[in-house]
Design a protein. Sequence first.
Length: 256
Amino acid sequence: MLDVNLRELGVSVLHANQDNTHAIDDVLNYLDSRIDSYSICILQKGTISIAYDQETHDFKENSVFIVSSFIPFTAYPQYSEQFELLMLTFASNMPIPLEFSNEFTQLITYYFARKFYPIKNLPENELARIKEVIQMIDTYIQLDPSYAYRLDSLQALFKVFFYELVRMVTKYAQLIDEKPTVKKKLFMDFFLLVKKHVKQNRTLSFYSDQLFVTPKYLSEVVKEYYGSSAKKLIEDIVIHEAKYLLADQTVPIYEI
């Protein structure tokens, strides 16, 4: 159901334990194949060791961490014999229109452009609150598509989830890097523009004109944060989108 829910709604919830670790692998493989997706992970029981962002992290009960397309994992996790993990996975270009205010949209963008240490001991009351929101999201995901106001309810619940997530991370997570620089803002703005317009425009000059910089400077900045040129990032996004659509058997080949 991971692919179906993410394709139709842009969000999926997984309740994982020692009996379905393959489902966690499916989520991690999905993130590895995308360039715009995230998974919020809450460890409710046991321990997990996972290598990502060039470090090995050991998590205990009540830990919260994020795995994303921007923070690649380097090996599959190691689990204790008994564990329970709650994962909410979503794509940045969700089909559900969230209609955040411009101010909050910027906050979300810059939150995911920054790096925070995982929260390794979230207070019980905070854990219960965020779990309750995720559980409600899962409940509405599982409802029949004909259920009245299902998408509207998901929209509202996902907005609550985002508000809670940003509030929680701001309060409990330690910031790793400094406030995003002008260059990092330019990189994120470029990335979001490409995601929005890549089907119609794949030339670097189009995006540099939109951002009021030269193609050369834009490519230099993108290489600094992405490791490759701006043109390569555009190509990568096109390839990732094509792979995702090819996996969707409901989309005719000529539409990809």
